[in-house]
Design a protein around this ligand. Structure first.
Ligand code: ATP
Length: 454
């Protein structure tokens, strides 16, 4: 059992209780590998995706040579021409080794390469194969792509796949983007969207799901500059996580060794994170040097020219690709685990210390009591705030309980209107992390939040 398994259970309980994450179709017993985001979770995940888009696409850091980095976005269909997946190698190669247990009453199904971390369904203290009743089959390859049919007839000619990654939509549109914009190499194309993988063992909460979202960039450059760009993207991506709160020991970038690297790849760093559910760090994102493998494949399979012509050097070439490929759900889970804090000195000890940019609710407004003219002051203040930021108004229960609710939601600032507000126009602002309170004129609240949240 991982040493922080108990902490993970508490996080999962808080996420359900406060509406971050629910089991999909829970009223029907759920469905393995699928999750729903509740009212707080949807805001959190949206903030993460928006922070990524803002920091990587609209306003990326300055490039390695001190120049602006060109980035554009696309939003491609989930179902594409199946030839895309033949060209990319997914149709034949996107498979995990699977073993079945033939034992009556078990009939478990496991990933052969993860047996050591799996539990025997009949005897969870043992791994599959260790219990004397286990009868495991030989491993066979199981393709992870979900199949469907486009059109009324369910035959092989209409077979399609749900995309297992967003990257291929970017490669397939490489020429369209070059022809429709003024981007010049080096430049990147970004996409955020759903991907589907029929994982053999979905597990560890949302970490390994069958439906998830990716945030991917394909950065096209000249091969001679590729290592420089790879290093730059690797550092940009590590710093992005740090800037939003994964600043401690839990973030662990790891370079893949030669045995792990794909045959076409010169370098890949997995940005890993110590989740409480495992003793080893787990992948949040891979930053890979992919050579010109993908464009070469699509050129061969589509018969279309995928080369790039540089008008300055008059050179025609297939660009090399650097791919920072992140999971939105895994990042969300990492930000949740990192934010989860227990402060035994508080009456309600659990709080979520989200970075203010990610916090689902930025501010809350409370009248100390729901009478005596206080709501008449608090409500307009709340309306002013909610024009700009997600905010909540709460007039129920004791003030301590209201603070505790906001601490669990990760709301960085709570403003309270009390008797003194009627006399001098000041309100208290309470800081989530320290619990410290100070008074400020209510006319300063919007500027205060502007400073803190921007
Ligand atoms: P893993 O080895 O954990 O299966 P991967 O190396 O196959 O991951 P990639 O194909 O590189 O993952 O996908 C890029 C990112 O997409 C991953 O770093 C991860 O954040 C996310 N991702 C991949 N598979 C899943 C999944 N089943 N559930 C949630 N997120 C996923």
């Amino acid at each position: 059992m991982p040493k922080d398994a108990e902490k993970m259970e508490k996080i999962v309980a808080l996420c359900k209780r406060r509406g971050f994450i629910f089991q999909s179709s829970e009223i029907y017993g759920g469905i393995n590998g699928f999750w729903d985001y509740g009212p707080l979770g949807v805001e959190l995940k949206r903030n993460i995706k928006e922070a990524w888009w803002q920091d990587m696409v609209r306003n990326p850091p300055t490039g390695p040579d001190g120049r602006e980095v060109q980035m554009v976005g696309v939003d491609c269909s989930i179902i594409m021409n199946p030839k895309v997946w033949v060209a990319s190698g997914h149709a034949t190669g996107f498979a995990d080794p699977m073993v079945d247990c033939k034992t009556e009453g078990c009939k478990g199904r496991f990933r052969a390469d993860q047996i050591a971390e799996s539990q025997c369904p009949l005897k969870p203290s043992k791994c599959p194969g260790e219990h004397d009743k286990c009868q495991l089959t030989e491993a066979r390859q199981f393709n992870l792509m979900f199949e469907s049919h486009a059109g009324a007839i369910k035959d092989d000619a209409n077979k399609v796949w749900l995309r297992p990654e967003t990257a291929q939509g970017i490669f397939a549109n490489f020429k369209n983007v070059c022809d429709s914009t003024r981007v010049k190499i080096p430049f990147g194309i970004a996409q955020v969207g759903k991907a589907f993988r029929n994982e053999i063992n979905p597990r560890n909460y949302t970490f390994r799901s069958r439906e998830f979202e990716q945030m991917e960039i394909e950065f096209f450059c000249h091969d001679r500059d590729a290592m420089k760009w790879w290093e730059w993207w690797r550092d940009v991506r590590i710093n992005w996580y740090k800037s939003l709160g994964l600043a401690g020991e839990n973030l662990k970038p790891r370079n893949q060794d030669d045995k792990e690297l794909a045959h076409y790849s010169k370098a890949c760093t997995d940005i890993e994170y110590y989740f409480p559910f495992a003793d080893e760090p787990q992948e949040l994102e891979g930053v890979a040097h992919r050579g010109c493998f993908d464009l070469t494949q699509h050129q061969q399979h589509s018969g279309k020219d995928m080369t790039y012509f540089d008008d300055e050097t008059k050179e025609r070439f297939l660009p090399t690709v650097i791919e920072p490929s992140a999971g939105a759900d895994r990042s969300t889970l990492a930000f949740i685990c990192e934010a989860y804090t227990v402060d035994p000195s508080r009456p309600s000890p659990e709080l979520m210390k989200f970075h203010p940019r990610l916090a689902p609710i930025k501010a809350a407004v409370f009248p100390l009591v729901n009478k005596d003219g206080l709501p008449e002051i608090a409500e307009p203040l709340f309306r002013e705030i909610r024009k700009r930021w997600p905010a909540q108004y709460d007039a129920k229960q004791s003030i301590g309980k209201r603070y505790a609710r906001m601490d669990e939601a990760g709301t960085p600032y709570c403003f309270t209107v009390d008797g003194q507000t009627k006399q001098d126009g000041t309100v208290t602002v309470r800081d989530r992390d320290t619990g410290a309170q100070e008074r400020m004129d209510k006319s300063r609240v919007v500027d205060f939040l502007n400073d803190k949240l921007s």
